[in-house]
Design a protein around this ligand. Structure first.
Ligand SMILES: Cc1cc2nc3c(=O)[nH]c(=O)nc-3n(C[C@H](O)[C@H](O)[C@H](O)COP(=O)(O)OP(=O)(O)OC[C@H]3O[C@@H](n4cnc5c(N)ncnc54)[C@H](O)[C@@H]3O)c2cc1C
Length: 371
């Protein structure tokens, strides 16, 4: 694998590189720009997705994108960085070539796990891959997939055997232009820039070398890599909370009220402080669990981070949006952001799903409370 040249100080360069983009930049625009500057590779240890993510570098990059781009655009960068590239790193042939292209920003990759059936019940997915001696054939439907309408390649989770057993699933790398692949945009205006859409596979024929990570390794690969996506979501949530809290403080300190400003009302300060506390609690949990997910792909730690991110955003954005009064409803304001951020409780596993993971590990989590 040939890695792109990395800039001397990527953390300092990300804002400069992103500032050169126009305000309407889509996910692929940002992806290409960051890749060309060598800034995608730097979120991984030693610049290599096989070594896992460096939480500080990933957090800094997501924060720089979040500050400048709509939620949909950040989503389109976050999903492939956290899941697709590390998944491709476990493959050879087409997967290894796509990984090299993706790191340079020359290829955008989507992760297509959620099927036509209930996404929470992943093991019931109906997309099927038939394995032949010299080729494979893919048929099925995937819904609500980030980058679906704008990607160059897709990592598709399919079943090669009936039944829910975790060894019945396999990842396939599918070129977006392969005959039998069709994409359509999802019916939403909340995630501009993300290319979120639905995918239809009609007897898509591919070489056996398009199997990624081995036949039967689909669900274990999903569990490992979705943990990193949950960490990425937690890091992004810290950036979102910080941005909205800073924006709200400015509003409250500027908004005239009587002889002073809204900020001089004790009740307003207390509500703001409670939101600030939620953000700090989420940051503390993220700091304490980030390495466990990055190094060991700890599923319980990732579940805690995901549940925490969704809850913190709900509290912080809800309070900040309310504190900005009518101004909170401006285009792109916190009321709109609140609807977008509800995604943190749905995408990549709903809050209920991650709470179930925590419930299953209750004894261990409890032991972690011992001092
Ligand atoms: C903008 C966006 C981008 C996305 N990007 C991707 C992507 O890139 N790749 C991908 O594969 N998927 C993606 N998704 C899909 C996402 O992962 C799924 O929406 C999610 O897994 C939930 O599945 P579902 O929507 O089918 O909900 P359903 O399974 O229909 O569940 C609906 C609701 O039922 C309740 N529920 C379900 N199961 C349980 C349970 N066991 N216990 C208690 N309550 C339960 C929950 O309240 C849940 O919210 C994206 C979704 C959105 C909105």
């Amino acid at each position: 694998m040939t890695l792109p040249t990395v800039l001397d100080d990527p953390a300092a360069d990300a804002p400069r590189v992103l500032d050169a983009l126009g305000p309407g930049a889509t996910g692929p625009d940002v992806w290409r720009t960051l890749g060309a500057a060598g800034l995608l590779a730097q979120v991984y240890r030693d610049g290599d997705p096989r070594q896992g993510v460096d939480p500080a570098a990933l957090g800094a990059l997501l924060s720089a994108v979040d500050e400048r781009c709509p939620v949909g655009t950040t989503l389109a960068v976050c999903v492939p960085l956290a899941t697709c590239l590390p998944l491709l790193a476990g493959g050879t042939g087409p997967a290894a070539r796509t990984l090299t292209d993706a790191l340079r920003g020359d290829a955008v990759v989507a992760l297509a796990a959620t099927d036509d059936v209930a996404g929470c019940d992943l093991a019931s997915l109906g997309t099927t891959v038939t394995l032949h001696e010299d080729h494979v054939e893919l048929t099925g439907t995937k819904r609500w997939i980030t980058n679906a309408t704008r990607c160059d390649a897709l990592l598709v989770l399919a079943r090669h055997r009936p039944g829910p057993h975790f060894t019945n699933f396999t990842w396939l790398l599918v070129p977006a232009t392969a005959p039998g692949v069709r994409a359509e945009a999802a019916e939403t205006d909340l995630f501009d820039g993300s290319g979120t859409g639905h995918l239809f596979f009609d007897r898509v024929r591919l070489g056996r070398d398009h199997v990624v990570g081995g036949v039967g390794r689909g669900m274990s690969g999903f569990a490992a890599h979705i943990a990193v996506e949950r960490l990425a979501g937690a890091l992004w949530a810290v950036a979102l909370c910080r941005r909205v809290l800073a924006d709200t403080l400015r509003y409250l300190q500027d908004r005239r009220y009587g002889d002073g400003t809204l900020w001089h009302l004790e009740g307003v300060r207390q509500r703001y402080a409670a939101a600030l506390l939620s953000a700090r609690q989420h940051l503390a949990l993220t700091d304490s669990l980030a390495e466990a997910v990055a190094l060991r792909r700890d599923a319980t730690a990732a579940a805690m981070l995901k549940a925490s991110a969704a809850g913190a955003l709900e509290r912080v954005l809800g309070e900040c949006a309310h504190l900005q009064g009518a101004y909170g409803f401006r285009t792109g304001g916190p009321q709109h952001l609140r609807a977008q951020a509800a995604l943190f409780g749905i995408g990549g596993g709903t809050t209920e799903v991650v709470l179930s993971v925590m419930g299953g590990a209750a004894t261990d989590i409890l032991a972690g409370l011992d001092r």
